[in-house]
Design a protein around this ligand. Structure first.
Ligand SMILES: [Zn+2]
Length: 467
């Protein structure tokens, strides 16, 4: 869609699925990149991120990028969990780069569970289907396509535009490529700031655009282990001092606790931005909580929405239990995993102390089984970052507000921010209220959303690169 006037783009966008047959060769080429990426299985169990990275490298090479500016990296001992580093050099060495970051690995998908083959890219009724079409191979393909388009136009950015495609974001136990880069290749990914996945644009049930969300902060996932050990004994002669009873009472007390509401720039921006769009009782509650986080009645209204509930505070929830060793024995050990999503700026240790206080039982030990790296404060929403987002969104979707958000989940920003690379979640991809079934069955995304998101991210990166 390069060089096509905006009015024409808008007409095309209005045509919706007709775009699939868009004769624009540049879109067709992008679609091929996207298809190839989706059809390259990158699950941890059977896939190969290195292969996906090599395929994207080949596309950039074909577009004219010299080998010097393209590099496959493969962490030692993880031959299939590699990635790609690429760059388009800027003309002004004093300006720091902008980094386009995407993970190319995907959540497991079993053929027998899906209506369609998850690794066959399919277009049907105005949607693209396949594992990763939404999370996050659309954006990864758009990043590659951006570099191809820039090269094709002979565009020389003022600042260097970098690309990093990584593996291991979707599996907690896997080696995380972004974390590995931050540790081993810090100079190669150095940038003033980075863009990656996070929150998308919101569509309502009829496909109307409600708001474009920009992710400015995210919570930290941290597991805590509750453990009770006991001498046990024969189950025919029970005693009150029972490891399972200690544990379940502690878990029950934790389940009844609600962490207090905390507001920062990101979730306050979300509440004030969404309040007029949501309207009604909930909109009014958003306004009231933004003004006073201790307004319990208004908080109670917002807490009915699990997404908003999670955005307002630290949450902790029991996710696994294991106890006992025989059906006819008193348990010698009982364990629970509590998964907390910690509000930005709150320490792991303070949450640990809070869980111990809630457990309220010296028999219950609360420990941190594993730590995934340093914590960092959320990146600031500076005009340098936000103004171009608002400007490009205004060009493509006039009247659709840009709203900041705090993400209850976590992306690779968790590795970038502590490494001193402020990372923002901005996709320009509008998703249905069902979220497009990411991580689930029959993952999909609207064709129209991809067409628009591609144009959005192209203009946005070009603007950052030119400023
Ligand atoms: Zn993702």
């Amino acid at each position: 869609m390069t060089n096509r006037p905006l009015t024409c783009l808008v007409a095309l966008l209005a045509a919706g699925t007709a775009l699939a047959a868009d004769p624009d060769p540049s879109y067709a080429r992008f679609r091929e990149t996207y298809r190839e990426l989706v059809e390259t299985n990158t699950t941890l169990s059977a896939g190969d991120c290195t292969l996906a990275a090599e395929r994207m490298k080949a596309r950039l090479h074909a577009a004219g990028y010299p080998d010097l500016d393209l590099r496959i990296f493969v962490p030692e001992g993880h031959p299939k969990e590699g990635g790609l580093l690429a760059e388009l050099k800027g003309s002004d060495p004093k300006r720091r780069a902008v980094l386009m970051l995407a993970h190319v690995d995907v959540v497991e998908a079993r053929r027998e569970d899906w209506t369609r083959d998850p690794f066959t890219f399919l277009e049907e009724d105005g949607y693209y289907y396949g594992r990763g079409v939404s999370d996050m191979k659309a954006q990864a393909a758009i990043w590659v396509d951006n570099l191809v388009r820039f090269r094709e136009q002979g565009f020389t950015p003022k600042r260097t535009v970098k690309l990093a495609l990584t593996c291991g974001e979707e599996t907690n136990s896997a080696l995380n490529g972004a974390g590995w880069l931050a540790q081993h290749e810090r100079a190669a990914i150095d940038a003033e700031f980075a863009l990656t996945e996070g929150t998308d644009g919101d569509l309502d049930a009829s496909g109307r655009r409600v708001a474009l969300e920009v992710l400015a902060a995210e919570k930290v996932s941290q597991n805590y282990e509750l453990e009770v050990r006991n001498a046990g004994g024969h189950s025919s002669r029970p005693v009150p001092d029972n490891a399972i009873y200690h544990l379940v009472r502690a878990v029950d007390r934790i389940s009844r606790y609600e962490f207090p509401v905390q507001l920062d720039e990101a979730n306050r921006g979300y509440l004030t931005g969404m309040a007029p769009l949501v309207g009604g009782e909930k909109g009014e509650a958003m306004r009231r909580v933004a003004a006073n986080p201790e307004d319990a009645a208004a908080v109670a209204i917002l807490d009915r929405d699990p997404n908003v509930h999670a955005m307002l505070r630290t949450t902790c929830v029991a996710t696994m239990l294991s106890a006992g060793h025989a059906t006819n024995a008193l348990p010698q050990r009982a364990k629970a995993n509590i998964n907390c999503r910690i509000f930005p700026g709150v320490s792991r240790e303070s949450i640990q102390a809070e869980l111990a206080r809630l457990a309220d039982d010296p028999a219950v030990a609360v420990s941190i089984p594993e730590v995934r790296g340093p914590l960092a404060n959320p990146p600031p929403l500076t005009p340098r970052v936000m103004d171009p987002i608002r400007a490009v969104a205004g060009e493509l979707w006039p009247g659709v507000p840009v709203v900041t958000a705090l993400e209850p989940g976590a992306s690779d920003a968790q590795f970038m921010n502590p490494a001193g690379i402020p990372t923002y979640g901005v996709t320009g991809l509008f998703t249905d209220p069902d979220g497009g079934h990411i991580h689930g069955l029959n993952e999909r995304i609207r064709v129209r959303s991809v067409v628009e998101g591609r144009e959005f991210l192209y203009r946005l990166v070009k603007r950052y690169a030119s400023e």
